[in-house]
Design a protein around this ligand. Sequence first.
Ligand SMILES: [Zn+2]
Length: 123
Amino acid sequence: MSTEYVALSFFKTNKIDYYYKKPIITFPCPDCGKEAKMNAFEATWSCNACFARGTLVSLIKLTTSSHSGKLTESIYNPGKEILDIRRLLQEVKRSSSERNQKLIEKAYNKTNALYSYLKTEPE
Ligand SMILES: [Zn+2]
């Protein structure tokens, strides 16, 4: 079993909000609730907001104790957000005049183009 698989399974089974962009798993920092990042192959993580750091083992210990910190908070997931934005724009488009439908279509395409552009940018 790879470290990557074990790490992803941990977040999934503990219902911790996360998203994965190989090799980085982004999840809520147990200390401050902001974005912490884990390298899925090394199973080490750190938080750029409060400088907390640890390993997958330290997270497992937290979730098995009664105080799991801020791991239950949610994080901003760009993949989920773009789906939400597309859905909202489609909804508005359906109930709009023909002229506004064209403008919304334009905004929809520009949003997709921007998302694709940002997605390929190195972090
Ligand atoms: Zn933190």
